[in-house]
Design a protein around this ligand. Structure first.
Ligand SMILES: [Zn+2]
Ligand SMILES: [Zn+2]
Length: 454
């Protein structure tokens, strides 16, 4: 069974660490509220909120001990029950006496077993996890019952970007271990390493998983860029088959694939495996609405979205928000009126959990279009009345625009590892004199009371 993931929104884990370890004379404590999801073999706890006790909430605390007032914990439990959006309590405490090697002590084990038992006897459906921080690493676990015995399962913290990451005691960083792809002489990524640095590539190669929703003209070019950038573990999600009219733009699709009506995910996966036989490419020939894609999404560190309809974009973003996974959305558009190109543009949107920004509040999802695409028969009605554009309309599409937007999309992703600054919304316009700019207006004018990402 794979490790349990504790997913933090952007900035929260770094802030928590900083605040709790500011006092290195005494142990410190915080309580997190989370939502637990079990999907296939994966268990994921999305961290939703943090509570810091006030000084008077501590009964006693010192360099190697800590006691909270019982009332404080009860009050938090009542608060949690009242909220209704969280079902997991995660306690976090520090071992400021340890430089490294954050291991739960015998006292921690005893206290947590007792608290878990009390919680289990008192409340239904409340899960309990814990984290201990030393000054240089952490350990985390989820308490469960197995054959009516308490059992701790080891957990891993996943932050939105690798820049916020901290080593786990059970999975320490080993700067000596070098994947073959990064060999400075013979490695497939030797030249990338020269550009981006070994540390960046080591993370990308070793422990990152990316899900790509939509493997058409734009998505296939993104997939190829991902593999060339060193990503070794990809999920390709798309139910469509290759047609002859796709061959002007799908990377890795051949005429014979169109003749056979081959699945896009299969053709693209084969292309990627030819570039890097070491890469693990999983194919999911289903729409993102299909529950069979959920385990792939849950284990991904990033979701990249490149479908061209509002309903699947809406669903994908909802899943990213539900599981706390950062999203990068890519889109392109060409409009032609009376034989003249009036728009040729694309954009890349970066929406990490905690950024308080999403496709809804940016006005990038049209509710009527979503309804037209999802409600049987409604599409035709809305189309006749001119509310939405036809679902069967053949949209103009060219490879060059897709290639540009795909490169910008993967650049935006790689920037999340290098720390290079990225605009939340990046726009390319190519119908007149080409322009590439960060779209600050969209960001400042977005709906601030967003129900989806707020
Ligand atoms: Zn402890
Ligand atoms: Zn939003």
């Amino acid at each position: 069974m794979d490790a349990i993931r504790l997913r933090f929104p952007h900035g929260l884990f770094a802030a928590l660490r900083e605040q709790l370890l500011a006092d290195i004379e005494r142990e410190s404590f915080a309580l997190l509220f989370g939502q637990l999801h079990r999907v296939g073999p994966h268990t994921l706890i999305k961290i939703v909120d943090v509570c810091h006790p006030r000084p008077e909430d501590y009964e006693s605390r010192g360099l190697a001990h800590l006691h909270l007032r019982r009332e404080y914990v009860y009050e938090r439990l009542v608060e949690m029950q009242r909220r209704g959006d969280v079902d997991t309590l995660i306690d976090v405490h520090t071992h400021p006496f340890s430089e490294r090697g954050a291991a739960f002590s015998v006292v921690d084990d005893r206290d947590e077993v007792l608290f878990h038992q009390w919680l289990n006897d008192t409340l239904d459906g409340v899960h309990y996890a814990s984290i201990v921080l030393s000054r240089g690493d952490y350990s985390a676990r989820l308490w469960e019952y197995e054959n009516s015995r308490p059992r701790a399962r080891s957990a891993r913290i996943r932050t939105q970007t690798i820049l916020e990451r901290w080593p786990s005691l059970e999975e320490p960083d080993d700067p000596e271990a070098l994947p073959a792809a990064l060999d400075p002489e013979q490695g497939f990524l030797a030249r990338s390493t020269l550009a981006l640095g070994l540390d960046v590539l080591r993370h990308i190669v070793r422990d990152q998983c990316v899900a790509l929703v939509g493997v058409g003209g734009l998505g296939s070019a993104i997939a190829e860029n991902l593999v060339h950038s060193g990503f070794h573990y990809l999920h390709l999600i798309d139910p469509d088959r290759i047609e002859t009219t796709n061959l002007n733009r799908i990377v890795g699709a051949y005429a014979c694939d169109a003749e056979e009506g081959r699945l896009k995910v299969e053709a693209v996966a084969e292309h990627l495996r030819r570039i890097n036989p070491e890469a693990r490419i999983e194919t999911h020939p289903w729409p993102v609405e299909d529950a069979r894609v959920l385990p792939a999404l849950v284990e991904s560190d990033w979701i990249l979205l490149s479908t061209d309809n509002h309903a699947s974009r809406y669903t994908t973003q909802n899943l990213a928000l539900r599981f706390g996974i950062p999203l990068i959305s890519a889109g392109s558009n060409i409009s032609v009126e009376d034989g003249r190109m009036t728009d040729m543009s694309g954009e890349v949107i970066l929406a990490r959990q905690g950024d308080r920004l999403c496709l809804n509040c940016l006005g990038r999802l049209a509710p009527t279009q979503i309804a037209a695409e999802t409600v049987d028969g409604l599409g035709e009605v809305l189309e006749r009345r001119g509310y939405v554009s036809g679902r069967e309309v053949k949209e103009p599409a060219v490879k060059t625009l897709n290639a540009l937007i795909a490169a910008l999309t993967v650049e935006t992703l790689v920037n999340q590892y290098t720390g290079r600054p990225t605009a939340p919304v990046l726009v390319y316009e190519g119908h007149a004199l080409p322009r590439l700019y960060p779209d600050h207006d969209s960001v400042t004018q977005r709906r601030k009371d967003c129900f989806h990402c707020g």
